[in-house]
Structure formats: C-alpha cells, structure tokens
Design a protein around this ligand. Structure first.
Ligand code: ZN
Ligand code: ZN
Length: 125
C-alpha cells in the first residue's frame, strides 16, 4: 500500500484514527498507535484510553478479577446486616422480627438479581 499523502512512498502503517496509510515521512507515533496528523493523534490517544477504561470496567486481561462487582457487595452487606438484626432479635430478645426478616429477604433477592445482572453483562462495577 502507498502513503495517502505521499503517493510515491510505501506506507509503513495505518492511522489509528482515520485508517489511512501513512509513510516514514508523515507518521506520528504515540503509545499503542500511529497517526497521520495531530488531530488523528489526539483522537487515536482517546481511542486507546477508551480501550483501557473499557478493559477496566469489563475486567478484561490484566484487569480480570474474580471479585464480586461492588454493586453486588453492597447488597450482600445490606442483606447480611438485616439477617444479623433478625438473628440478634431472635436469640437475644427471643422475638421474631418479621419486619426486618422481610427486609432481609428483599435485600437477598436484590443481591441475587444484581449478581446475575453483573454476570450477564460482565460489568465489573
Ligand atoms: Zn488519520
Ligand atoms: Zn506519507
């Protein structure tokens, strides 16, 4: 392929932003890419940044974890606290706190729904 701007030159790469072929005389190098112009360099860097953030959000590659998504953890914690209140009332006061038990059950169901949703989307937040 020949350079988009210098037809006589053999291209050495492709612009990350606009996809045009670029040669030794006109390429701009930046981490993880090449660009044909300052504008494309800016856009290309943004694309790289977007990729990196996407990897973090979806837990891909180096960002891969087996940790639960923070949304799931919060609901898990809330359910745990509510069940704790129910257990405490039951054992200490010998009373069944139906209100708290109902809340705990609802929180547990929400935890399950959020967990399943996070598994389905693969979102890590
Ligand atoms: Zn370009
Ligand atoms: Zn060129």
């Amino acid at each position: 392929m020949m350079c988009f701007q210098h037809r006589e030159n053999q291209s050495i790469g492709i612009c990350k932003s606009c996809g045009k072929a670029i040669c030794q005389d006109c390429f701009i190098e930046f981490p993880k890419g090449l660009a044909c112009s300052a504008e494309c360099e800016k856009d290309g860097k943004e694309l790289v940044e977007m990729n990196e953030r996407g990897k973090k959000i979806y837990g891909i590659g180096v960002y891969q974890t087996n940790k639960l998504a923070s949304g799931v953890l919060i609901w898990l914690l809330l359910s745990g606290v509510m069940w704790g209140v129910v257990a405490l009332n039951y054992y200490v006061l010998a009373e069944t706190d139906y209100g708290s038990a109902a809340m705990a059950a609802v929180f547990s169901i929400i935890t399950l729904i959020v967990y399943r949703a996070s598994k389905r989307t693969g979102l890590n937040c």
